[in-house]
Design a protein around this ligand. Structure first.
Ligand code: 13P
Length: 255
């Protein structure tokens, strides 16, 4: 059975104390209000990770993730962070291939494949993001774009390795824009992704892969998105910075 996962991506927001306060609120709300088997992953800036990971030890279903990592083990890579370093502070997940990393930092599928390998080597679960731009959606070529991102980014993995991968579909045109993919549009893509995984690996592996939706998800639209058959959770940006909004999204999986 695949897991329902709600992950928050804080992006480059929150000072140290503000991040700790938000996370403490989330942990307390999870203890009081979350009753399902859903997993929660908070992906914070690096400065918070060590402290959040300690706080997360008080609840079993809350995990801490990074938003990026370098593909090398260690060495002269000024300003970068390695999988081993993340692991050493208790991080369990890492977002890789976010469209902001692809667009602003030139991350290619080939580089991301190396980062995916490095994350798995250190026992970190990659939340691998794929998504098309507005132009790619309008031109109708978006399925081909998504397929290429999967093929070059994660489909080189063995079955055993791929079982640790979480996929996030984040249409670039829906990120931070207030424009959300309709539940039907998102479902169509999620079903396509699952089909491609089944073709590459097996139906059983495809059925067990959690595929998250990201892009202007909020407490008002989460229910209709998450009720779609192939949408197993969300990768939440803006709404993950407010504990109440984030927890209401998490609670969609309470029933
Ligand atoms: O990029 C996102 C999560 O990774 C989505 O951001 P928003 O939820 O702010 O649109």
């Amino acid at each position: 059975m695949r897991k329902n996962i709600v992950a928050g991506n804080w992006k480059m927001n929150l000072g140290y104390e503000d991040g700790l306060s938000l996370f403490s609120e989330i942990v307390n709300m999870v203890k009081d209000e979350v009753v399902g088997n859903q997993e929660i992953v908070v992906c914070s800036p690096f400065i918070h990770l060590s402290s959040l990971s300690k706080l997360s030890n008080t609840v079993t279903n809350v995990h801490v993730g990074a938003q990026n990592m370098h593909q090398a083990e260690s060495g002269a890579y000024t300003g970068e962070i390695s999988g081993a370093q993340l692991k050493s502070v208790g991080v369990t997940h890492v977002i890789l291939g976010h469209s902001e990393r692809r667009a602003y930092f030139g991350e290619t599928n080939a580089l991301l494949a190396e980062k995916v390998n490095a994350s798995l080597k250190h026992g970190l679960k990659p939340i691998f993001c794929i998504g098309e731009t507005k132009e790619e959606r309008e031109s109708g070529e978006f399925f081909a774009v998504l397929k290429q991102q999967l093929q070059e980014g994660v489909f080189h993995l063995s079955e055993e390795e791929f079982k640790n991968v979480i996929i996030a579909y984040e249409p670039v045109w829906a990120i931070g824009t207030g424009l959300t993919a309709s539940p039907e549009q998102a479902q169509e893509v999620h079903a396509y992704i699952r089909e491609e995984i089944a073709k590459q690996y097996t139906q059983a592996i495809a059925d067990d892969t959690s595929i998250l939706y990201g892009g202007s998800a909020n407490p008002g639209n989460a229910q209709s998105l998450f009720s779609q058959k192939d949408i197993d959770g969300g990768l939440i940006g803006g709404a993950s910075l407010k504990s109440r909004d984030f927890i209401e999204i998490v609670k969609v999986f309470n029933s």
